[in-house]
Design a protein around this ligand. Structure first.
Ligand code: P6P
Length: 335
């Protein structure tokens, strides 16, 4: 069992003992964690805080924004813009990048986030979460442009999510494995509950939206059919299915007990590579999963190797237990 130390102490030790993270990155991660604490408070209030329901607007994705989507976005912007560790931010809820105002010191990091993933679950009290990714601002030129954000996921220096469920739990990597911290509301701080998280390489549990089955590509259909065939089929074992329709919650289950999560390309919109976003959903989740011994591909290549061309580009996502992800990816290349 992990020593019950605070997130602050854990990060200081990552900085001081392992020399893994510079102080500016440690400060950034502490600010993001504090923002997640604020979002958790707003989420937990629900109807009592007047924060449920829609905001009557749409985001850049053309999706109806929930009030909490906007609140979470504002909390993250306001928490991070003044600290001096960031140059700019990007969010699922904002069309363009957000430059740190000149009245504040400019930092060397870029923060990307989905402020409240799974927001269709907000009004029905099902777990939702915040996903974040940290990149270094490219050197050699003043200012920040959108192109500075277009780095492959392998360039991330930190990634994590905070799941707002029965517990509020922050899951984080800085490239030295994955650690989990649960919010102790009495102390008001995140406390280490697990470090060196490992995802089992095999699983009997898959997560996919089965209502899209008729639209799937053949390799995905083959994989799921084999799972459904159970002990009488080629896999020789029965599988279970879960679909929370909140990526953070589905991925947290996989980080906790293994499994495979799939939101693959399908025929509904052939020109769209997938539903989920590369920069602030697939990349951070893909790195966390890899750091915990799992794998993450788009069916054909490692998610973290994809060179982004647009800030809000989408991607097909297959991630989780290594042997299952490799099987599905193999089916895509005809193995
Ligand atoms: P569907 C939430 O809207 C989200 O972006 C992910 O969190 C989740 O995995 C997926 O979409 C759910 O999509 O089509 O099943 O509602």
């Amino acid at each position: 069992m992990a020593q019950r130390i605070s997130l602050t102490r854990y990060l200081v030790e990552q900085q001081r003992v392992d020399g893994l993270i510079p102080s500016q990155l440690r400060l950034l991660l502490e600010v993001v964690a504090r923002a997640c604490k604020g979002i958790s408070q707003a989420v937990n209030k629900g109807a009592l805080g007047g924060v449920l329901g829609t905001a009557g607007s749409e985001n850049v994705q053309g999706e109806v924004q929930k009030k909490l989507d906007i609140i979470a976005n504002e909390v993250l912007i306001e928490a991070n813009e003044w600290g001096g560790h960031l140059a700019a931010m990007a969010s699922e809820e904002m069309d363009g990048i957000y430059l740190v105002p000149n009245r504040y010191p400019q930092g060397e990091y870029l923060l990307l986030f989905d402020p409240l993933d799974g927001s269709s679950n907000i009004d029905v009290n099902v777990s939702i979460g915040t996903i974040f990714s940290v990149l270094k601002k490219p050197e050699g030129h003043p200012g920040v442009t959108e192109d500075d954000f277009l780095q492959p996921g392998s360039k991330q220096v930190a990634a994590g999510y905070c799941v707002y469920g029965p517990q509020t739990t922050l899951v984080l990597t800085v490239g030295d494995g994955v650690a989990m911290f649960t919010l102790d509301r009495e102390q008001g701080s995140f406390v280490l509950i697990e470090e060196n998280v490992r995802i089992p390489e095999d699983t009997k549990e898959f997560a996919i939206n089965m209502s899209n089955m008729r639209h799937w590509d053949a390799p995905v259909k083959r994989y799921i059919d084999e799972c459904l065939a159970g002990t009488e089929g080629p896999r020789g074992k029965d599988f279970n299915m879960r679909w929370i329709a909140s990526m953070v919650a589905d991925v947290h289950r996989i980080m906790t007990r293994g499994g495979i999560f799939m939101y693959p390309w399908d025929k509904r919109e052939p020109n769209k590579p997938g539903k989920l976003r590369l920069m602030y959903e697939a990349n951070p989740m893909g790195w966390l999963v890899e750091q915990a011994g799992g794998a993450a591909t788009n069916g054909r290549q490692r998610i973290l190797d994809i060179q982004p061309t647009q800030l809000h580009e989408r991607v097909s996502v297959i991630l989780g237990s290594k042997n299952e992800v490799e099987r599905v990816t193999g089916y895509h290349s005809g193995i």
